[in-house]
Design a protein around this ligand. Sequence first.
Ligand SMILES: [Fe+2]
Length: 690
Amino acid sequence: MSIPTLPQQTSPAELAERNRAIAWAQTLYQWAHSHTYSYEGKTLVLAPIAVLEVDDAHPLPEGQNLNVVQILEILDVGLSLLSNAIINVTNLVNAGAVQFDPPPPASFGQPAPAAGGMIAAFRAKVDEVVEEVGHVIQDVEKAAHASSDAEKLAKLLHEHQGELEALGRDIHKALAKGSATPKESASFSAKLGDILKRIIETVLEAGLADAGLFGRPKAMTDYAAQFQAIVVPNVSSVSITDAFFARSRIAGPNPLLIQKVNALPNHFPVDSARFEALTGASLDAALSSDRVYLVDYRALDGMIGGTYPAGQKYISPGFALFALDEGRKTLRPVAIQCGQTPGHSTPVFYRDDGESWELAKIHLQSADGNYHELISHLGLTHLLVEPFVVATHRNLSPNHPLFVLLLPHFQGTLFINQSAITSLIQPGGNVDRLLAGTIESDWATVANALGALDFNAHMLPNDLEKRGVANRETFPEYPYRDDAVLLWSAIERWVGDYLAVYYNDDAAIVTDMELQAWYQDLVSKDGGSVNGLGEAGPRGEMGLFTYKYLVNVVTMVIFTGSVQHATVNFPQHEIMSYTPAMPLAAYAPAPTRVSGPISQKTALAEMPPLEMSFVQLVVGQLLGGVYFTRLGQYDRHQTKPYFQDPRVKPLLDAFQANLREIERIIGTRNIERPCYEFLLPSRIPQSINI
Ligand SMILES: [Fe+2]
């Protein structure tokens, strides 16, 4: 890689070469605005979405495939989940004790390989992985004597083991000659994905469901019992208490919705006397002193409850109202309405309403889980970054400074999004299984969220301001905000410093034809269709005119692909994989009247059956358990410094020093506040790659 340059600074010959590279990229990176599924004799269309076109005629470009290190990271997590599934099977078929005393590994006692440290370690890892699969399969074989279903399961897993061993041999071969080519990596990642998917399906479908070993939980502890070979998340020690419900809004998987209100929505008729009795403050006084907060799930209002084999699932796109105490120390929920339209069947419940209050909280927590996965996670991180990846490849030459800056922040995104579209959110896939709505209404929710996006308003400082939660005086406890603003500022400074190396003034922005084409492609309805992207120009027209705005846009893209994705992705592992903390659908209707004290039986009826919670466990642990790359560490997994321009080094040093300081600040905060670790820079990958 040579020193990056702007197109206007290059010679005609260099310009011709840049244009040739861009023209080639445009044959590989083309836009699609829908994805079609054939399902149960019907044709279903996911649209409108702006994504990379991938089909038989347009394979995923080679550079977009996962690399072998990443494959092993995923395999590692997949294997611990496989072990966990196997123990569930062996326990359930009552085959006796699960034995985990494998023979010593073949490498034990042998001299360490002499040379090629990294490759040798890699080979050892492959061996370890294959061996581990062998052990878990042995366990299943023991279980096979107890049940014909388990026997069937063992046979299927045996077949998969053979394939996994073959994959291990292929990786060895590729490494024997030095490193894997992009084509080989692509084939490894495709094979790995396929094998893991089939192993998990085998365990779930052949093993657990066929054997009739799942069904309704008999006690809440049944959910924690599904964590056998993996650590049960800390949240399993609490139920959806008022404190947990409030904390979920400021430090949970989706801490992005809470807003200050100075007036209540007309269709959420909270009784001011009940409010005052519960909070000790009149509703008007609390509203006017910035102590009343709201979450509003109206974006889910169009969702239609889906079904599962045994019946109906339910979604409650309602409201929850919170109040800060006078000292502004504690946020507590006060009232909940389980739908957008008030009335007899959708009353407002209050904190002292006993069982109906507890059930209403479960419904709203579940609504938050749906909002989280469809809008905050899939829509506003994965699918928001996708058009930027495509437009960057289509319009910026690989020697453009912005291309160089953004590339590491796009690593793996197209691959994982493509996997999500073709697998995770396909009809009958895990999102269809787990979430509350029909898959078509899920898609519509995602598409509507992207359609309604105002790109500029969604930038962190603007978003916090708009929601009325930017001020630490009036809303003191908000861990997501406190950590995220530090990271936004650090990224903004880094982006600003970096771009200032290449752009001396606003004129350089306007005369950069690659950058201008990039912008036009991003906002075009035939291209990225990114809503609200742009700044007003001298004649009021929308465009990209200034260095300052470019810094904002690039900060937003990098922040979304790293910090914002980490905010919503990793709680899938730490919180959501334990289903009762955030059930992804309710399995009984929302309460319609005030009832007596809560009984565990009623609460359990709302909760997902155990086969659903097992899938939620697997998906949450897998998607939230892979940390590949680290924010600001551009040289990781590289053989030489990523940035070749010597002017960049001191700027990058400053960015990395900033991130270390933020790590320290958050570490100190976590001693003084209830721990919120999702935004420690050391836990934030560079890009959306899972
Ligand atoms: Fe993700």
